[in-house]
Design a protein around this ligand. Structure first.
Ligand SMILES: [Zn+2]
Length: 189
């Protein structure tokens, strides 16, 4: 993921706090970070030695799962293998059905799926960077009864909360709906 919440797109490993400034020819002009070892980020040491990234809009399945496990451990002390398995399966299905889906959207579809499976996943809402559904820009928030997200890049995209909810429902149904299970509103938000 990219933005305030960022991690290694290949493994979900955390990134270094400080930026590095490698030589220009390696593409490091603006400063980049290194993935750091973490037990929940599988395979961080395989081919990620010396990797430089600030996160991506779209991560691999393993990257999303690593981020999920890491943030779950931070929110809850005990690992939950049933939850890990459910998350791994859901991520695989979401990614298989939606080529190029942004992490910000995949994360909400995942949270909704796990919520519908009976898991407590409200903590997930603190661990993603919301994006405009029209252009992928980061959001800004107006304070009201509840904060309202709007596109930081284009005034014409306006308030986007409702559109994000609709999009999550749509993607959810495309992957998980069955003849007797279909959602038209979210339970997580
Ligand atoms: Zn936008």
């Amino acid at each position: 993921m990219l933005g305030q919440v960022r991690f290694d797109p290949e493994t979900g490993a955390p990134l270094s706090q400080t930026k590095e400034y490698p030589p220009y020819e390696r593409g490091g002009g603006a400063g980049v970070r290194s993935p750091e070892p973490h037990p929940d980020a599988e395979g961080w040491h395989v081919g990620r030695e010396g990797a430089l990234t600030n996160g991506e809009l779209e991560s691999s399945s393993l990257g999303l799962l690593g981020h999920f496990r890491r943030t779950h451990r931070a929110a809850r002390d005990e690992p939950n293998t049933a939850l890990d398995r459910a998350a791994a399966l859901a991520i695989k299905r979401i990614k298989a059905d939606h080529d190029g889906i942004y992490d910000s959207l995949a994360w909400l579809v995942l949270a909704e799926r796990l919520c519908r499976k009976g898991y407590w996943v409200v903590w997930m809402l603190d661990h993603f960077t919301p994006r405009c559904p029209h252009c992928g820009s980061s959001l800004k928030f107006k304070l009201g009864a509840g904060p309202i997200g709007y596109c930081a890049s284009s005034a014409s995209h306006g308030d986007v909360d409702e559109q994000i909810r609709e999009l999550v429902c749509e993607r959810y149904n495309e992957t998980f709906a069955t003849s007797d299970h279909y959602i038209d509103q979210l339970e997580i938000v």
